[in-house]
Design a protein around this ligand. Sequence first.
Ligand code: SF4
Length: 248
Amino acid sequence: MPIESEYYFDKVLMEDLITGLTKRYDRRRAGVHVSTLSMCPRQDVFKERDHPPLTSRELNFFTSGAASGAAIQSLADDENNGYYNRYNKNNNTEKKYFAEYLTNIGGFIQGHIDLWHKPTNTPIEIKTSRVTKEEKLPKSFHVDQLKSYMVGMSADHGILLYQLINKFEGDPFIKFVIKMTKKERDEMALMKIEDGIALIKAKAYKRPELARHVRYDSNFNDWLCKDCPWRQECDDINSKEIALRLKK
Ligand code: SF4
């Protein structure tokens, strides 16, 4: 296609961006990310098995979320104030902003904390949201992701910072302080390792039925399941499981 064609950049630019996003996601597939365990692990297995092509929809979600997160991280990139993130110049000497759980089957579960305030040992997770009504927040899966980091950092509290991108009046930033006891962190660590091992196995064998699903969870089924390309297959797996249980 000639470069002067009015369609050239429509096609080539979008294809290049989506290829870049695909490569980024492929790099992440090396292990299990804590955010995957906060959503639907089974859907991740379907994606690994079928490799559906990414679309401009995913590109939109990725760029809008990443832009806000990266901008806030770069503004807080000041070790003098105690903030650490992946953009810190000296981050080679400060690895604690990684939350990593090692599993006993060789795989690993890891995540990058958006911001870590070292003096108070506070992980900070940054999210954008399209909601305009604050009572719809925080989302359970965002709290779960932050809690995973709190487990990794042995932190008693963490902060979930939302940027409400459609709120043009009043304060578009809203924050939630999330607390956890040591007992709660210990219980969650066990649960995440169990969940992570199941997902690592399910991905290795390409068997979605081995991974946890969220089909009956009201936090997910009216959006994630509603738009999930594997919903019918997921329902078939669940129906078979129910039938097997009833037979016993
Ligand atoms: S339908 Fe829902 S529960 Fe099933 S794989 Fe898709 S997102 Fe997960």
